[in-house]
Each structure stands twice: as C-alpha cells, then as structure tokens.
Design a protein around this ligand. Sequence first.
Ligand SMILES: Cc1cc2nc3c(=O)[nH]c(=O)nc-3n(C[C@H](O)[C@H](O)[C@H](O)COP(=O)(O)OP(=O)(O)OC[C@H]3O[C@@H](n4cnc5c(N)ncnc54)[C@H](O)[C@@H]3O)c2cc1C
Length: 341
Amino acid sequence: MGGAGEHYVIIGNGVAGNRAAEVLRDGDPEARVTIVSDESQPFYYRHLLRDLVTGAVGEDRLGVRPLSWWSDRRIRLRLGQRVQRIDFGAKTIYLAHREKLGYTRLVVCAGSKPRVPETLWASRAHLTVMKTIEDARALRDRFGDVRHVLIAGGDMVSVRTAAAFLLAGRKVTFLVDRDAFWPIEPGPEQRAELAAALRSRGAEVIEDDAVVAVEPVGDARVVALKSGRTVRCDVAGAFFGLVPDIDFLAGSGLDLERGVLVDEHLRTSVEGVWAAGDCAQVYNPDLRNWWVSVGWGNAERLGEVAARNVLGDAVRATGPAESVLRCDGVVVATRWWVDLP
Ligand SMILES: Cc1cc2nc3c(=O)[nH]c(=O)nc-3n(C[C@H](O)[C@H](O)[C@H](O)COP(=O)(O)OP(=O)(O)OC[C@H]3O[C@@H](n4cnc5c(N)ncnc54)[C@H](O)[C@@H]3O)c2cc1C
C-alpha cells in the first residue's frame, strides 16, 4: 500500500482537506496527492470574510499560505473544478467540466453550506448568506451603498458579522431566532445575554419573532415578520448555521444522513473512501450516535485523523470536550467552534 502507484484525491480545499493533504504527503512521499475544489480561491480564512466586506482587511490577508506551499509539497491543486458525481466502483470522479479523475483512495472534505430554513426557500434569492469569498466580494462591492442590514438568525457567524457591520457604522437590526443558534446551545439566559450585548453595541434587537418572507423593492429588501411587522433594509442576511454540503453525493451509494456517515475512524460506507470536516457525520461509540460538528479546529483535527487512517493507522475521532468561549462579549457553550483571531 502507498508509494508511486497511489493517488490520494481530496475533495475540498478547506481546513480539513488541506490538513488531510499535508498528512498524506508527509506519510507517503512518493504518492500522488490531489485536492479538487470548486472554489477558485486557494485555502483562505473564512472567519475574516466579514472584515473583507467592511474593508477592514484586504484579500491579501485572507490566504492561509502562499501557492508555493502546495507546489513545494507536490500537492496538485485543482481549483474551480466541481465534482459532479463519483463512480465508486470504477474509482472515478466526474468533474462538471466533463473531465474524469481516477483515484486509489478518496477523502471527502466538502464542508458545509449556509442553512436556509424551509419556510424561507421562496425568498432565498433575496437573502444574503456568507460562506465563500464570492459571497463576501458581492457584498463588499455594494457595501458603500448599504446603510441598514437585517441579520436574521443567531449563529456564531451572525454575532461577529453584526459586530463588524456596527463597527463600520451601519445600522444593524438583529432578529434573534431561537432555532438558529446551532452549533451553540443557548438557554433563555444566554439568549437574553446575546440580546443585551448586541444592544449595548448599538444594534436594534428583535426577539420572539421570525422572518416569513423577503421581497425586493429596487435595491432594498422588505422583510415581513411573523408578528405582522415589516422591516425595510438594504441587506437581509440569513445566518441560521451551517449544514453539510453533500447534495452532490445523493444517489452515489455513500450512506448519507445529515452529513456523510462515517465510523469513529472516519471510514464511509464505501471501501477506500473517508470523510472529514464539516461534511462528516461521525459515529461516537460512547454516545451511540452520529454527530455533525461544524468548526475550524475540529475540521482540521478530523482531516488529520482521516489521513492517518488512510495511511493505515487506526486513530479514533473522539469528540472534543464541550468548551465555553466568549464571542463578542457573549458567553456561549459550544462543542466545536474555536475563537479565531
Ligand atoms: C463566515 C464564516 C466564519 C466562520 N468563523 C469561524 C470561527 O470563528 N471559528 C470556527 O471555529 N469556525 C468558523 N467558521 C466555520 C469554519 O470555517 C468551518 O468549520 C471550516 O471551514 C470547515 O472546514 P472544512 O474543510 O470542513 O470545509 P469548508 O471550509 O467548507 O471547505 C470545503 C470545500 O469543499 C468545496 N466543495 C464542496 N463541494 C464540492 C464539490 N462538489 N466539488 C468540489 N469542491 C467542493 C467547497 O467549495 C469548499 O471549498 C466560520 C465559517 C464561516 C462561513
């Protein structure tokens, strides 16, 4: 096993995929290692996207490492290439631009996507989400004309984004949605604390209400709330957490639920295929349950565990201890999120 005949392919150019590639390269110097990602931007810090929008940082600050990092390690980066489907029997990946790519072992690190509640699917086109550098660029390019942002949700990304927008002098209306805090698990006291912290920073906070529809009016958005109230704003942001981005794997033969189902060694239901990071739903034998875990540090750890097991180890992906961190003045209990500078 391993050596020149081996071709490790990793789907995803995020923290899980890059850590997996690094471990595979270190452990098997002769093998081919390829990362495929539909994003055109090399590995970047997603937590800085809010600062890219406001202009607090430029794109030069987002990159995690220079391009030479991959070439020095002979890791082939295939950017801007979307995996459309995988034939696991033939160990072949079909790319959207009609190229085929063979592999000997595959690590799926496809990450997550913003969750938009079903009730808002009809309004999806008029809602702003922030997952990729493309999302952030689109908002940055019109941010000069943005005066008022409505943030619906309450996930970790929303709190930091609200703080950045307030700092940039924008009016922020924060609609605290009680179902949207995932991956945080706040009680009523924490929700009250969140609301108080946001108010103290100058945000208008709406509690016990929910968005039912968003309509465009010119460049503005009119947001209809359950209470009958409407809010007119320039940007209506949906921040309801992140969920595994696995639609492209539907019908592929991999066992899927909320994420790609893997055992504690991150093996999927298909021989020779592992999954790691936000897209994985990992079995915890102590809890006898599968967990999706969204967060940078955890994705990095899972990428490492998957790669070590690809190389023949038998490392278990044990769940990280529940931790408490302070997020812009709000104390939250979270299992997986880490405070990034
Ligand atoms: C705005 C924002 C702020 C955040 N802030 C923090 C924070 O402060 N602390 C923290 O702990 N976490 C934070 N996170 C979460 C953290 O970024 C994620 O947990 C982490 O990026 C997950 O890494 P990953 O490698 O699993 O997936 P991702 O980073 O999502 O990368 C997956 C990659 O796979 C690609 N991909 C998906 N499907 C395909 C396909 N079919 N073909 C080809 N490529 C595909 C995607 O385009 C993407 O490039 C933040 C996330 C966001 C969006």
